[in-house]
Write a protein that binds this ligand. Structure first.
Ligand code: FES
Ligand code: FE2
Length: 453
C-alpha cells in the first residue's frame, strides 16, 4: 500500500462509534484524487473467468480514464494490457455503444488508426514502414503495456500499480474464509448494470449492512427479526446474522424464517425472496421449502426444520448433478453472509448461490456511479445459462433491489445539505461503512472517521 498516512485513531477494529466526514462522497476534488490514489493502486475485480474460457478470449474493463484488456493467453494463463496503442495512443478496443465492456476472441489486436498489430503476448508483429524510425522502434517501444492480473474465486483481478504486491496478500483472510464455498464453480444466472445518481460509496454501502432491512424492506419483518453484525478484517469486512437461541447453524444466508411455525415462515420467506429479490436462493431451495409442511409434522423445532430443508434440497440438487460443497457449520457462521472486498466489491456467498455487487465512478462526477449486480448459481454444466451484462433501468430491477435504490440518490442529495454533520454508522451493524472510510483514508490521506465524543 502506498501513501499511507498514520491515522492512529480510532481503534483498528472500529468497535467504537465514529463519525465519517462527507468529503469522500461529495467532493469533486476528492473524486478526482481517487483516480491516482485509489483506483490506480488497488486490486480490482475486473472480469469473470467464465467470460474468457478459450485462449484468445478477452474482455475490457474501464475504470475512469483507464481501460484494460484482459485476455486468456493460455489454458491456465491470463494476461492484461493497457487498452492503448503505443504508436499514438488510440484506444485499441472500443466498447460497443451502450455496452458495459467489449468482449470477443482475437488472434491479434490490430489498431484501427495506422494498423499496428499485436499478438496475444502483447508484442508488436507489424508496424507499417517501421524502417522510417531509423532502427529506434524497439520491441520494448512497440509492445503493449502490461497490467498485473491474477485470479481468485473465479474472477480475474487487475492492479494498475506497477509496484503492487500480490493479490493473495491483498485479499488477506478472504480466500481462507470463502474458498470452502467453491465460488469459482458458480455461474451467472443474471447480471445487470445501471448508472446511478450517487457516489459509488453510497451504492456499495446500501448493501454492506443489515441495519436498513427493517425499514427499507419491511416485508421481511414478517419472517422474523434477524440481528446483523459487521466485522473488520484489515482492508476488508464481512457481515452476518447472530444466531437465534440454540440455533448456531441459522446464521448463514440459507436460513429459516423465525415465524411461529418455521415450516411455513421458511416457505413464505423463500417464495417471497425468489419472486421479489430473484437472488439469495435457488429454485431447488424454494421448492424444498414449499414441501416442509407436508414432510414435517406441526411443531417440528426450528433446528430440525432447517436441517431437513437443507438436506432435502441438497439431495434434490445432487439428483440433477449439482453438488454443494460441505462447509463446517462453525465456518459458515464465521464467514457470515457477505464480504466487502476493499474498495468496491461485495460477495454475498452461500454453498449453492451468490449475489455480488460492485460500483465504480462514472466519470469524475462524485454524484454518479456505475453499479452492477450479478447473481450466480451452481448449474449442471449443460444447463448453464448464457448471460450478458444487461443495462436495466431502475424500475425493471427486482422490487427488493428497487427499495434499496430509492435511498441512494436521496442520501447523495442529503449529504450535500449544509446542515448535515457527517455519517454516523451503527458501530455494530454498519461497521463496514466505517471500515471503508478508515481504509480509504489511508490511501487518500484524508477523510478518516473520527471517534464520537
Ligand atoms: S495509433 Fe495505433 S497504429 Fe497509430
Ligand atoms: Fe437492502
Amino acid at each position: 500500500m502506498n501513501e499511507i498516512s498514520s491515522i492512529g485513531t480510532p481503534g483498528e477494529d472500529l468497535i467504537e462509534p465514529v463519525i465519517v466526514p462527507v468529503e469522500a462522497y461529495v467532493s469533486k476534488h476528492y473524486a478526482r484524487a481517487e483516480q491516482d490514489r485509489l483506483w490506480r493502486k488497488v486490486w480490482l475485480q475486473a472480469a469473470r473467468l467464465e467470460d474468457i474460457p478459450h485462449v484468445g478470449d478477452f474482455v475490457t474493463y474501464d475504470i475512469l480514464e483507464d481501460s484494460v484488456i484482459i485476455m486468456r493467453t493460455g489454458p491456465d494463463e491470463l494476461s492484461a494490457y493497457h487498452n492503448v496503442c503505443p504508436h499514438r495512443g488510440r484506444r485499441l478496443i472500443d466498447t460497443p455503444a451502450g455496452q458495459r465492456n467489449a468482449r470477443g476472441n482475437r488472434k491479434s489486436i490490430i489498431c484501427g488508426f495506422h494498423g499496428w498489430t499485436f499478438d496475444r503476448q502483447g508484442q508488436c508483429t507489424f508496424a507499417n514502414h517501421a524502417d522510417d524510425w531509423q532502427g529506434k522502434l524497439t520491441a520494448q517501444r512497440t509492445a503493449l503495456g502490461k497490467v498485473s492480473v491474477d485470479s481468485w474465486g473465479g474472477w480475474a483481478w487487475i492492479n494498475l500499480d506497477p509496484d503492487c504486491g500480490p493479490l493473495t496478500e491483498y485479499l488477506g483472510v478472504v480466500p481462507d474464509m470463502l474458498d470452502p464455498f467453491g465460488l469459482q464453480n458458480m455461474r451467472y444466472r443474471w447480471r445487470k448494470w445501471i448508472i446511478f445518481d450517487c457516489n459509488w460509496k453510497v451504492a456499495m454501502e446500501a448493501f454492506s449492512e443489515t441495519y436498513h432491512v427493517q425499514t427499507t424492506h419491511p416485508e421481511f419483518n414478517a419472517f422474523g427479526e434477524f440481528r446483523g453484525w459487521a466485522r473488520k478484517h484489515g482492508l476488508h469486512t464481512n457481515i452476518g446474522y447472530e444466531a437465534p437461541k440454540n440455533m448456531d447453524e441459522n446464521q448463514a444466508k440459507l436460513r429459516i424464517g423465525s415465524g411461529e411455525d418455521p415450516r411455513l415462515s421458511t416457505a413464505e420467506m423463500q417464495l417471497f425472496t425468489w419472486e421479489n429479490a430473484n437472488t439469495n436462493t435457488t429454485m431447488t431451495l424454494v421448492a424444498a421449502a414449499q414441501r416442509l409442511k407436508d414432510e414435517l409434522p406441526e411443531g417440528t423445532p426450528a433446528p430440525q426444520v432447517l436441517q431437513h430443508w437443507l438436506a432435502t434440497a441438497r439431495a434434490d440438487d445432487e439428483k440433477r448433478g449439482v453438488f454443494w460443497p460441505l462447509v463446517e457449520p462453525a465456518h459458515t457462521a464465521k464467514s457470515g453472509t457477505a464480504w466487502q472486498i476493499f474498495p468496491n466489491f461485495q460477495i454475498g456467498h452461500a454453498v449453492n448461490n451468490m449475489l455480488c455487487y460492485s460500483a465504480r465512478p462514472y466519470g469524475a462526477d462524485p454524484d454518479k456511479c456505475i453499479f452492477e449486480a450479478a447473481v450466480y448459481e451452481l448449474f449442471p454444466e449443460a444447463e448453464t445459462p448464457a448471460t450478458e451484462w444487461e443495462y436495466t433501468s431502475a424500475e425493471q430491477w427486482p422490487p427488493v433491489l428497487q427499495q434499496d435504490f430509492t435511498n441512494m440518490q436521496a442520501v447523495q442529495q442529503g449529504m450535500k445539505n449544509v446542515g448535515f454533520r457527517g455519517t454516523q454508522p451503527n458501530p455494530y451493524m454498519e461497521r463496514a461503512v466505517a471500515s471503508l472510510h478508515y481504509n480509504l483514508s489511508r490511501y487518500m490521506g484524508t477523510g478518516a472517521p473520527k471517534p464520537l465524543d
